[in-house]
Design a protein around this ligand. Structure first.
Ligand code: 5AD
Ligand code: SF4
Length: 463
């Protein structure tokens, strides 16, 4: 019988997309997805090492998975992702229950690693690869075409050369590499032909796309172009209704990209702008290469180009040397820009990065207090924004059933969650677009009443 696999994913959208890529490869190799881990013969853990907690999760998962493995002979466990890239064969040595380990540049090798594991050869494949080969992947297998109806991720660049002093990513994802625009456009067209209407472009510093080629005068040879031109070409694909990108780095918001937000119809009015801190002193120690005022200027330029645009962010509290006044600067930045949402984290020291060598570590209690103060401010800003939307009509791309199960849930162009009342009557399904009137604001979402399709409304009023 064909091998049944299951994949657990931690971390960012790049990891979520890597999981999709691995699942796709396994389908092409004749394997099937298992409905539950209890039915699976193969379990892959796609790991994250951005903070210590995420890394520890792998080790505790591996402990409990010994029992899963012992339940049935022949079961296999594979470990991939950022922890795998960093730890490599240490994982095989420390955990006899692990059968293979693959790094972030080695997704293509997973089927071969599984074959070897079945033959009793435990292997590690974590070689860093600077070629474009890793993007040479088969088209989406028919079995996976409806996993996220209507939406898809598309990798445009990978890796990071920024080396922010707190961040492990340049060590787990390697050097920046941008795909040729033609390959990106072909993939986008293929997705749209297969029912995708919203594409999220992915890259660790996605708006740095093609920058090294441009700087070296290699763009033509590499087939890359400035990011805003890539967006314009994608926007021209008929049937592509929504275009998003994540995560950009603030220093790569040039005029062209700002203007694109005012000009490209499919480009969604939402930018995730990772600020990290509002203190210039801390930003400098973080090696972020911008100031708080530069962030304010980017946010207002974006809103100048597209007034309904929403800005969200990532923030770190408790970075070494962060004093009360630095944290006050962060609160002020959050208030000034009016982030509609933020992911905030306590600084976590990552081995191999620069920040742990800095002096004046912040006491954990102090960091916790700051996190709570920041999150309280964010809650106020989020709910105020949500309230400002009540009474508006929004276009929602339906994603699936909400957690409570009696509502459909989707996203508006600003990437806010919209839960839809009485979706059954409106005949809506995941993957569909609908208009809805916002009737209520909650801290995490909007509540909408589906509106009849515009043309029917028109006919009704005509009569
Ligand atoms: N500690 C805490 N947060 C971190 N991030 C990245 N590295 C660390 C770290 N060492 C956060 C940043 C980044 C997000 C993905 O994770 O805010 O934008
Ligand atoms: Fe990490 Fe900075 Fe690169 Fe983002 S830009 S992945 S925070 S090193």
């Amino acid at each position: 019988m064909a091998t049944r696999f299951s994949i657990r994913t931690s971390g960012c959208q790049m990891n979520v997309h890597d999981t999709e890529k691995v699942a796709n490869l396994l389908h092409h190799a004749g394997m099937n997805g298992a409905a539950e881990e209890a039915d699976a013969d193969l379990l892959i853990l796609n790991t994250c090492s951005i903070r210590e907690k995420a890394e520890h999760r792998l080790y505790s998962d591996l402990g409990t998975l010994r029992a899963w493995k012992a339940e049935r002979a022949g079961r296999l466990i594979g470990v991939g992702g950022c922890v795998a890239q960093q730890e490599g064969d240490t994982i095989l040595r420390r955990f006899p229950q692990v059968d293979f380990v693959f790094g972030t540049h080695n997704l293509r090798h997973v089927p071969a690693l599984i074959d070897d594991a079945k033959a009793g050869r435990r292997r590690v494949e974590t070689e860093e690869n600077r070629s474009l080969e890793r993007f040479d992947l088969p088209e989406r297998h028919p079995a996976l075409s409806h996993t996220t109806p209507g939406r898809a991720f598309l990798t445009v660049m990978e890796g990071c050369d920024m080396f922010c002093s707190f961040c492990i990513v340049p060590r787990t994802r390697g050097r920046e590499i941008s795909r040729p625009a033609q390959a990106i456009l072909d993939e986008a067209r293929h997705l749209v032909e297969h029912g995708v209407c919203e594409i999220t472009l992915l890259g660790q510093t996605v708006n740095a796309y093609g920058r090294h080629d441009l700087r070296r005068g290699h763009s033509a040879r590499a087939g890359t172009m400035p990011f805003h031109q890539l967006l314009a070409q994608l926007d021209a694909i008929p049937g592509l209704r929504r275009l998003r990108y994540t995560s950009p780095h603030p220093i790569f918001f040039d005029e062209g990209l700002i203007r694109a937000h005012g000009e490209l119809e499919s480009l969604c009015p939402h930018v995730h702008l990772p600020a990290q801190s509002g203190s210039d002193r801390i930003l400098d120690a973080m090696r972020r290469r911008y100031t708080g005022d530069e962030l304010r200027a980017i946010a207002s330029a974006l809103r100048g180009a597209r007034p309904d645009l929403v800005v969200t962010t990532d923030l770190i509290v408790g970075f070494p040397g962060e004093r009360d006044e630095d944290f006050a600067d962060t609160l002020r930045l959050v208030q000034d820009i009016g982030f509609v949402d933020s992911y905030s984290f306590k600084y976590s020291a990552r081995p191999g990065t620069r920040a742990p060598t800095l002096e004046d570590a912040v006491a954990p209690d102090r960091a916790q207090e700051r996190l709570e103060a920041l999150q309280a401010l964010q809650r106020d800003l989020t709910i105020a924004y949500h309230r400002s939307r009540v009474g508006q009509d929004v276009e929602v791309l339906v994603e699936g059933w909400s957690r409570r199960g009696h509502q459909l849930s989707g996203r508006d162009p600003q990437h806010r969650i919209v839960n839809l009342e009485a979706p059954g009557e409106a005949g809506l399904e995941p993957g569909a677009f609908t208009w809805a009137r916002v009737v209520e604001a909650t801290p995490h979402s909007l509540l909408g009443e589906p509106l009849p399709p515009a043309n029917l409304l028109g006919i009704a009023s005509f009569r």
